[in-house]
Design a protein around this ligand. Structure first.
Ligand code: PBG
Length: 322
């Protein structure tokens, strides 16, 4: 027998066969585009460290949602930048809050677009933490009430799914109970289950003005050194009624995505975050990377690790490339 008997290259030479043995697919129906909605007047306000992503007025957000849908992206996730912040984050659950108003406007204009709302208090509290602060620390159980109220107000305004990103203990259960009580038993929860205390959120915090005014988020977000703990977080969220569990960020945590998929078989979302986007954009602008090839490779890798869906600032652009 000649050597080598098995030549892996035989599967690679023809583009046809290469396509047939491809294990992972990337298509726009798995991508979710984040949109920042702001009460500030004016249409679009650029975000410095996120080229191509703007803070949008409600009419501009409706227009952007239409462009995202036209590109073939199946869903958007909304983040609000409110007019005012206070210690209770009360703009987060105000009936006429910016996300609530945007939900109504976007669903009215684009009823087939799947609209997810990010549920958190950090954009709405004057100190920038994800919950209510008492005696210098985030009080878990008081925060739960405010977070559940926020989720209900989003569902009332037409959210197709709610995505709590606060990392309080028990929030999935508390949101599920309240949603069911308020007649929203059909609204899914996409839980940010394994959300790490990551340096890669920097550009987002500038965009949303949600950098903590004191301390950091390590008292509630996960330690980047841990992955057993991610499995425990996910198991708890699933037991409390999470429909989809999320790992965030994505590329530095591909091992966590894989572990969670294997351990639970549950639908997994991955969040390719602002800092991951900024790195690709910066290198592309300097001419140091082929933006399209590098981005599609990154997104394919996130799918290969086990993510069923990907939240990415590249969603609209990637859909056009695909
Ligand atoms: C709110 C929230 C954050 C992100 C999504 N939801 C910021 C944070 O936790 O500091 C980050 C998203 C990104 O970096 O793209 N809790």
């Amino acid at each position: 027998m000649g050597f080598p008997a098995t030549r892996m290259r035989r599967l690679r030479e023809s583009p046809v066969l290469r396509g047939m043995v491809r294990e992972t697919s990337l298509d726009a129906s798995r991508l979710i585009q984040p949109i920042f909605v702001s009460t500030a007047p004016g249409g679009r306000e650029p975000i410095e460290a996120m080229p191509g992503i703007d803070r949008l007025s409600i009419p501009a957000a409706v227009e952007e949602a239409g462009a995202v849908a036209a590109a073939g992206v199946a869903a958007v996730i909304l983040f609000g930048i409110p007019a005012q912040k206070d210690e209770f984050g009360s703009s987060a659950y105000a009936e006429d809050g910016v996300v609530q108003a945007a939900l109504r406007a976007i669903k009215a204009a684009h009823p087939d677009l799947f609209v997810i709302s990010d549920v958190c208090l950090c954009e709405y509290t004057d100190h920038g933490h994800c919950g209510y602060v008492r005696d210098g620390r985030v009080d878990n159980d008081i925060s739960l009430e405010l977070i559940a109220r926020t989720a209900i107000s989003h569902a009332d305004a037409g959210a197709d799914a709610v995505a709590p990103s606060d990392m309080m203990d028990g929030r999935v259960g508390s949101i599920r109970d309240q949603l069911d009580e308020e007649g929203h038993s059909g609204v899914p929860i996409i839980a940010y289950s394994a959300k790490y205390a990551s340096a890669f959120y920097g550009p987002f915090r500038d965009a949303a003005g949600s950098t903590p005014g004191f301390g950091d988020r390590r008292g509630y977000q996960m330690d980047p050194a841990n992955s057993d703990e991610a499995v425990r977080e996910v198991e708890l969220d699933l037991a409390e009624g999470a429909d989809v569990v999320m790992v965030k960020p994505a590329l530095p945590y591909l091992d966590v995505i894989r572990r969670i998929k294997q351990a639970t078989g549950a639908p997994v979302a991955a969040y390719h975050v602002s800092g991951e986007y900024a790195m690709l954009k910066a290198a592309a602008e300097l001419g140091w990377l082929d933006e399209q090839a590098a981005t599609l490779e990154a997104l394919t890798s996130i799918r290969r690790a086990g993510a069923d869906m990907i939240i990415t600032y590249y969603a609209k652009q990637a859909a056009a490339w695909l």
